[in-house]
Structures are given as C-alpha cells and as structure tokens.
Design a binder for this molecule. Structure first.
Ligand code: NZQ
Ligand code: ZN
Length: 393
C-alpha cells in the first residue's frame, strides 16, 4: 500500500445560513482588508455579491473588488489583481464563484507575496514561501478548488493552460449554500458533475488494489452523484440533491479518494490542452476524452475496469469475458455522459472536426515539447497522447 498524507485544513461552513458567517471567518483567518474577487454576471445577478459586500461592511472590514474572471481564468486579470492588492494593502482574498474565480484568487494570493513573475510557479521555475490567505463563497460545485491545493491558470500568450499545486493554497474556509446553485444552467451542472466524478476516477484507476476503504468510498461517491445529477436536471431547485452534489464536489477532490493509491491525472492533462486551445468547459472536455483514454489503458488493470463497470455502472459481470465487461462499463459511462448532455468526442465538444495539426499541437504542448509524460496507470508519451486524441476525435 502506498504511504500517504491526508491534509484537508479548510473550514467548511455548509447550508442555507452559511453566508452570514463571512465577516467572522475573514477576521478569524486574519483578514483586515479584503479583495472581493468574482466572475461574470451570475454573482451580481443573484444578489450574492451585494449580500457578501454588505456583510463585510457591517462587520467593519474594508474591501476592494475585482470582477471579470472568465472560465479558464486568465493570467492577465490575476496580474491586475496582484497590482491592486499591493496598491491597496490587501491582506485577504475572498473568492465568490467557482473553480475559475477561486483559482484566480489563489494566483493573486501567490503573486502578492512573490518578487518575480507569478507565472514562474506554473512553469515550475519557482517555489512560493508564503501567500495571502484565501477564503471562498462557492457558487458552482465542480472543480473542488475550495478544498484543493491546485490552481489552474491560462496564459493568453500562447493559450497555455497550466496547473500549480501547493498545500499553501488550500483555502482557509469555504462557505457553501446549495441554494446558490439553483441558478446553474443544465450544461454547467452536468459539466460540474463530470469534473467532480473525474477527480475521483483519476485516483480510482490505479494499479494499487490494496486500499479497499478508499476504493469503496470512491465507488459510493460516484454512485451517489450519478443519482443526484438526474434529480437536479429534472428539478434545478431540489435542495436535497443540490446539497449532495455540492458536498460531493469538495470531498471528491480534497484528497480523500486518493489516500493509499497512486493517482493518474492523464485525462485532466489531455483535457487542459483542449480547454487551452478551444476555450471549452473543463468538465465537458473531460467527458470527450475519458472514454478514449479508458479504452487505451484498460488492460493495464483490467480487474479495476471490471469493478468499475459492475459496482459503479451496474453492468452485469460476465466472468467469462472480463474485457467485454470492462468495455461495457466504458460504454455505460458514455451513455451516462450523453444522458446528462455531455459530449463523448472532440467533435461533439467543439462542433467540428479537430485537424491533424491541432492534434499534433496538443500532444506537443501536453508533453512539454516532447520532454514530459503524463499518467500513471499507463505512462503516456507524446505518441500515446496523439493516439488518444485521434481516438477521441
Ligand atoms: O462568470 P459567471 O457569470 O459567474 O458564470 C459562471 C461561469 O460562466 C457560471 N456560474 C457559476 N456559479 C453560478 C453560475 N451560473 C449560474 N449560477 C451560479 N450559481 O458557471 C460558469 C463556470 O464557472 P467556473 O468557475 O469556470 O466553473 P468551474 O468551477 O467548473 O471551474 C472550472 C475551472 O477550474 C479548473 C478548470 O481547469 C477550469 O479552469 N480546475 C481547477 C481545479 C482545482 N483548482 O483544484 C481542478 C479541476 O480539475 C479543474 O482543472
Ligand atoms: Zn477537473
């Protein structure tokens, strides 16, 4: 069994009244002047932004604001945020939004405490020694950034999307009110669910078969979220199932489902090139890649793919044909993606055929100019990456 550390320091405040505690939480974690960071229109439209700003004012906490974070958040806006925080003497970043806003907030929080260019962290050329504390008010369950150590940023110069992980960046607190997710459109809901499931699947498909507890927890989470997504697509205002999804999104990416196993992340890395090049929704990009990745690697641990088929996708186990059972599990996952409105090919994702040049370019970027591999269940080199993109086209 793989040795592991489990570190999940984020204080989670969950439920309908959770937002009321924002000023207390900011103070608790040392904030005396706050940057309120948010995305496009959704937080303004719902009144959440106004409510949070009002609560900070009532709590006697001065703040400045920076909105405009877009999905696949841009480095240029984070750099504006760094300048603003320095000018205004900000010592706490409050993200109101989803993964994109939280990741942008983490990037700003690193940058304020660094002398050099914050992009060097994402390039692997620098290591932070400190960062400003980050708290969040989550509005979309998906990326799990509210408890994770990761931040994913897109540098418009070259359309390069890179992640950087460091335990320093795990948010101090996460406020989660499932009611705030009632306004999520079906596509965002489904893409979010796809992403959170993938965070657990990236850890589930491993060669380490001896951590049964982690595997059982992962399967229960995957089954539970599969049920919940149909309930909220039928009724977007179903508090009970919105709550399952919201809590699931955090637990499926806070490290719990990776304890004692070697994680993979190839599907994520292959997807980051799709969202870097085509600016697509991350979760939808994952659905377009995963079935092809799964077919490409399944023989590395066939029993695990059989287990997934039977325990998660309810496929009958044909003991005489494990490969057939595994393949039927992948097909059942494809049917699930289609049932919730997700694509299973790049064509469905971007609405046209991807060209050979684009495939080669994504493989080049994903392999860092042919110097890096990705994945662990099967280590993928640039030619494997290209092969998977071709299978997924
Ligand atoms: O900008 P607004 O108007 O707020 O609209 C957003 C955005 O268009 C909308 N939205 C959010 N809350 C809403 C809402 N619409 C209606 N009602 C609400 N309550 O949803 C859209 C998507 O938001 P975004 O923050 O981009 O979604 P998500 O949480 O899926 O984040 C995606 C980003 O996270 C990264 C992805 O690569 C992508 O850039 N990831 C970050 C990870 C991490 N830090 O650990 C891990 C993930 O694997 C992922 O890579
Ligand atoms: Zn993800």
């Amino acid at each position: 069994m793989k040795d592991f550390k489990y570190y999940a320091p984020t204080e989670v405040v969950f439920g309908e009244q959770s937002e009321e505690q924002v000023a207390r939480l900011v103070k608790k974690y040392g904030g005396t002047k706050v940057l309120v960071h948010y995305g496009g229109k959704s937080a303004e439209r719902s009144g959440l932004l106004g409510k949070i700003c009002g609560l900070l004012t009532e709590g006697g906490i001065p703040f400045v604001s920076l909105g405009g974070v877009v999905p696949n958040p841009r480095l240029s806006l984070a750099k504006q945020g760094i300048e603003l925080c320095r000018k205004e003497g900000v010592d706490f970043i409050l993200a109101i939004g989803g993964g994109s806003v939280i990741d942008s907030a983490k990037c700003i929080a690193y940058g304020v405490c660094m002398e050099g260019d914050v992009w060097d962290l994402y390039l692997g050329n620098a290591t932070p020694t400190a960062m400003l504390p980050v708290g969040c008010v989550v509005t979309i369950p998906a990326a799990g950034s509210e408890m994770s150590e990761a931040s994913v940023i897109t540098n418009e110069d070259g359309d390069v999307k890179l992640g950087y992980s460091n335990n320093l960046s795990r948010p101090k607190f996460a406020i989660m009110n499932p009611r705030r997710t009632f306004t999520l459109p079906p596509y965002q809901t489904a893409a979010g669910v796809t992403d959170m499931m993938m965070h657990t699947m990236e850890r589930y498909f491993t060669k380490d078969d001896d951590m049964d507890f982690t595997t059982d927890v992962a399967e229960a989470m995957l089954r539970s979220i599969k049920t919940a997504v149909f309930a909220v697509l039928r009724n977007p205002e179903d508090y009970r199932y919105r709550a399952q999804i919201m809590w699931g999104g955090s637990l499926m990416h806070n490290g719990l489902t990776g304890c004692g196993v070697t994680d993979d992340w190839a599907t994520h890395q292959l997807e980051h090139e799709l969202s870097g090049m085509f600016d697509v929704t991350h979760g939808a990009g994952l659905a377009a890649i995963w079935p092809s990745w799964a077919r490409y690697v399944m023989n590395e641990n066939l029993p695990r793919f059989v287990r997934f088929a039977v325990n998660v996708m309810d496929v009958p186990n044909d003991f005489t044909d494990p490969e057939g059972t595994a393949l039927r599990g992948i097909e059942a996952m494809e049917r699930f993606y289609h049932a919730i409105g997700m694509p299973t090919t790049i064509r469905e994702l971007i609405g046209r055929d991807v060209t050979d040049d684009e495939i080669r370019e994504m493989a080049r970027k994903c392999s860092r100019d042919y110097t890096a591999t990705c994945g662990a269940l099967r280590v993928l080199h640039a030619d494997d990456m290209e092969a998977i993109y071709r299978m997924a086209r």
